[in-house]
Design a protein. Sequence first.
Length: 94
Amino acid sequence: MGAPDCPAGFVTKADLFAAFARSDVCVSEDQLERWRGWGLLPSLRQVGLGQAGGSVAHYPEITVSQAIEANRLFEKKRSKEFVGFELWWRDFEV
């Protein structure tokens, strides 16, 4: 069974990291998960691929710009509280 199509309004992990590369932003999978766990990024949609098939994650499209902005803010000040406030101030949902 192949991976399900990515729903409208969502991007795949590959799309997400390709967008980071195009924007010359270096964000690791660990950073992405940590930021999501802290509530700085929106939740993903995980779709099962059947028994023993694993799963695939789909990220809301806004994750691209929100993660890029979070990265820029963390470069300015390494504080999740600062970054969370600044993302909220810039109308991102946190």
